[in-house]
Each structure stands twice: as C-alpha cells, then as structure tokens.
Design a protein around this ligand. Structure first.
Ligand code: PLP
Length: 419
C-alpha cells in the first residue's frame, strides 16, 4: 500500500518491541502491514484513513461483521457487572445449552479461551479416554500452535512426523501421524498397521487453513467408519466451520457424528472463547469429573460468554443469512470464471486458487502460484479490499456485507484477475 506513513512508522516501532513486529505471524504483511483503528459492519479503517471492505473477518470469528450491535450491547451490559470472578456464572449454562442443542454429537462441553487450547485438551482427553498414545492428523491440517500438532505436512502416512517449529521435540511429534486429506486408502493402510496405538484422528472436516479444500463426497463418512472400526476417536476441529458453514457446523452439513468436537472463533462473538465437547461418557473423563486435567483462569470468562450468547442468538434469529451468504459467494465465483485458476467455496468460505483445478489436499494446494496470488492480493488492496494475505488462508464473507459490497467484490475479482 502506498502512502501509509502512519502504518509504516507503527511497524518500524513495533519491530523493536515485538518479534517480527506482530502478535501472530500471518499479520506481518511485507513490507509493512496496515494498522487498523476501527471496524464497523463489512469495513475496517486504517490508521492512515483508508476504508477497506474486509474479507478476512479476523480469520473467521466475525460472521456478523464488525461491531455487531447486539453483541456490543451484550458486552457493555456485562461490563457493568465486572468482568472476571473465578467462579461459575449463569452465562456458561446459557451458552452450553445453545452449543449442545445445536450439535447432536455434544452432550457436555468444557469452555476454554482459544482454539489451540481446545484441540490440545481434546487430544489429551482422547488419550486419557482410550489409553492410547498416537494421533492422526491430515497433512496441512491446522489445529493451533501447540507442540503435538505442529508437524510439517508432506510426509507420507507411514513416515514419522518431523517438527514444524524449532523447540518442538521429535519425541513428541513422533506420536503424530499424518495422512493426506481426501485419501481413505492412506488412512486404511495406516490404521491397519498401527491403529492399535492411535487414540484419535483429528481433522478439519473442511480444510480452512489451506483453502478452503472441500471433502470429496463420502470422504467424511468413510473416515467415520474407518476410525470407528479401529476404536479410534474422531475429533472434528470445527473451530472455523462451527456456525460458519451453518448452525450445527460441518458435522450437520455432511451428516457425520464425531466423538469430540472443538469449537472457537464464531462462538465467542469476536471475544476469546472456545470449547470442546462430546458425549457424556467421554466428557466425564475431564477433571474434576474425571482424571484428565484441564483448567484455565480465563475459561468461561463472563465477557466472552455474554458476547458468545448474544452472537449465537443473533445467528439463530437470522438463520437465512447462510443461504444469502452462499448466494453471495456464488456471485463472486461467477466473476472468476475463465480467469485461469479455480474458485472454491462453501457458504461464506471462499478462495481463488492460482491453480487450474480445485485442490483436493495439501500437496495440491501448495502447487498454487503464490507469486501470482501476491500480485492479485495487492491489486485488490489498492481497490479497497482486504483479503487474507495468503493463498492458503480462507476468505470469509459476513452477514454485514451488503449486496453492493458483493457487486463491488465481484467486479474487483473480475478486473484484478484479468490484469
Ligand atoms: C484458528 C484455528 C485454531 C486455533 O484457534 P486459536 O483460537 O487461534 O488458538 C484451531 N483449529 C482451527 C481449525 C483453526 O482454524
């Protein structure tokens, strides 16, 4: 972005104070990121006074758009009563009831603060419940930033995992096995060989962190069948897909019941809140009901709960948003036809891949032309559109995007892809 002197200055200062100048790596857009000072509806506003249509939505949580009034009102109302007690609160019952009613696979939930915590605890629970040591994840599947899931994708399913980050012990990730997404043959051969050591398979039912990459028809059903046959718990990481692909998440959309579900992002209405849940028998292994320890100072904090309850009530009251969002991304997709790449969407999740056909897995997604993506991304930014700054991060539309926003996005896609 040109002429963004304030953002440039902030970044120069920030780099002295924080590693890479940021609080999370993807934000370190080069040569410098724009700094945001306000969000409202479908828009964000930068420190340099630029208004942008936001198709990042904070990487997933903001399906209602920025500063959604009912959510904001609930936060303000909760503030009056103080914001942290360290005791149970009535609001956690309200939110638990909503999540359980919306997800037939969930009979009990535990609230945590981040999605990373939710997947970490879900994996520990699976190990504690089954008494087995290993997990299976899909290549390119993202489940947060803790040790056991930071395993470089690309290794074959029989190869032991290599750490994806310095500081992660190979002793830990050797318990993380990988299979390509959409590939049941690799899964079968892995579990036939080593299934007895595997406590759980964790996957994003729709891969949101390399795409979206969609499940082939029947894939999730097959995964359910194979894991059940080998007494492997199935963990659906619905931190993105929960309330994003519809009420009830991907498990409802595709009709597959996992054993454990992780939720995050949307369920906090934009404040930090995540959860994991499953049937009573499994969940009662969590402390203090059972032997698997999990705890947190900020877990179930009243502000996040107030925001989450308000957001989910708003979503329920405006259910038609899902079909409207689906139509909107169809319109955007039409404008991308014949542009030498492939447009992939599911409801309000969408992406243009600089690759001739839609990727089915991580290896294929990685073949996309990231140089072309970057040039396209910059052109879109010049047109006042903020897309997540990576070929591999899903774009998100919100209920606050108007018809004219969608028209503008469509014509911008058409012209920036032609250029
Ligand atoms: C964002 C994400 C996480 C991690 O959630 P945080 O709140 O960032 O810790 C885990 N799983 C998936 C699928 C995600 O998209």
């Amino acid at each position: 972005m040109n002429n963004c002197e304030k953002s440039r200055e902030y970044y120069t200062t920030a780099r002295e104070l924080m590693p890479g100048g940021v609080s999370s790596p993807v934000r370190a857009i080069q040569p410098y990121p724009f700094y945001t000072v306000r969000g409202s509806g479908s828009r964000i506003y930068t420190a340099d006074g630029i208004e942008l249509i936001d198709c990042c939505g904070a990487y997933g949580p903001l399906i209602l758009g920025h500063a959604c009034k009912p959510v904001g009102d609930a936060i303000v109302a909760a503030l009056d009563d103080g914001w942290l007690y360290g005791t149970p609160t009535p609001a956690e019952i309200d939110l638990a009831q909503i999540l359980i009613a919306d997800h037939p696979s969930i009979e009990m939930v535990r609230f945590v603060t981040t999605g990373s915590e939710a997947t970490m605890a879900a994996i520990r629970l699976a190990r504690g419940y089954t008494g087995k040591s290993d997990i299976i994840k899909t290549e390119g599947g993202f489940h947060g930033a803790h040790d056991g899931v930071l395993v470089q994708a690309g290794s074959g399913c029989t190869t032991l995992g290599q750490p994806d980050s310095a500081g992660v012990l190979s002793d830990i990730v050797r318990h993380t096995r990988q299979v390509p997404y959409n590939d049941t043959e690799s899964l079968v051969s892995l579990v036939e060989k080593s299934g007895e050591e595997v406590a759980a398979m964790i996957l994003e039912p729709v891969m949101g962190n390399i795409g979206p990459v969609l499940p082939k028809p029947g894939y999730l059903q097959e995964v359910r069948k194979i894991t059940a046959e080998h007494d492997i718990l199935l963990i659906f990481d619905e931190v993105i897909t929960g309330y994003r692909v519809g009420i009830g998440g991907a498990q409802k959309l595709f009709g597959v019941m996992p054993d454990i579900t992780t939720l995050g992002k949307i369920i906090g209405g934009g404040l930090p809140l995540s959860a994991f849940g499953g049937n009573r028998k499994i969940m009662e292994h969590i402390a203090p009901a059972g032997p698997v320890y999990q705890a947190g100072t900020f877990s179930g904090n009243p502000l996040s709960l107030a925001a989450g309850v308000a957001a989910l009530r708003e979503i329920h009251a405006r259910k038609e948003m899902y079909s409207l969002l689906d139509k909107a991304t169809t319109v955007i997709g039409e404008s991308c036809q014949g542009k030498g790449g492939s447009f992939v969407k599911l409801g309000s999740m969408f992406k243009f891949f600089f690759r001739t056909s839609a990727p089915e897995n991580y290896a294929q997604a990685k073949e996309s032309d990231t140089t072309k993506f970057r040039a396209f991304w910059e052109k879109m930014l010049e047109k006042g559109i903020f897309l997540p700054p990576s070929q591999f991060e899903t774009n998100f539309l919100s209920a606050a995007h108007s018809d004219s926003d969608v028209e503008y996005l469509s014509s911008a896609y058409a012209s920036c892809l032609s250029a």
